[in-house]
Design a protein around this ligand. Structure first.
Ligand SMILES: [Zn+2]
Ligand SMILES: [Zn+2]
Length: 131
């Protein structure tokens, strides 16, 4: 699978039992459908309301099917614009997943996930399991 942002190959990493595809080059992360829901589960639906938005950002193509992805806004205070392929999943640019986790997870889970995220990407190698 190739990065929709810079075209390099994505690396599959295990993030708390969820497979994410990470681009070492630009720091973007691909999440398959349902994975973001698993990460922020229990936080209420408002976090997962994704609305289509018109923003002045380059559209990207889904790394799986090659169709243009739509820009969606995650329903949180500090808005994050993501690229979504309705059939396959969402693309988060560098730092966006971290923002989502900071906004959408309750404290205990949030700090654990963010620590994992930071460690995983700082180490730039496969990191296994939840602590
Ligand atoms: Zn990239
Ligand atoms: Zn797709």
């Amino acid at each position: 699978m190739l990065c929709p942002h810079c075209g390099r190959g994505l690396v599959t990493l295990d993030f708390c039992d969820i497979e994410v595809d990470y681009c070492y080059s630009c720091g973007g992360i691909w999440l398959d459908n349902g994975e973001i829901e698993r990460l922020v589960s229990g936080q209420g639906d408002e976090f997962l309301n994704m609305e289509g938005v018109n923003v002045d950002e380059k559209t990207r193509r889904c790394p799986l099917c090659g169709r243009r992805m739509e820009k969606v806004l995650m329903g949180m205070g500090d808005s994050v614009v993501l690229d979504r392929c309705g059939a396959h999943g969402i693309w988060t640019d560098a730092g966006e997943l971290r923002k989502i986790l900071s906004a959408a997870c309750h404290e205990g889970r949030q700090s654990r996930l963010i620590r994992l995220l930071d460690e995983m990407f700082a180490a730039r190698k496969d990191s296994r399991g939840c602590v």
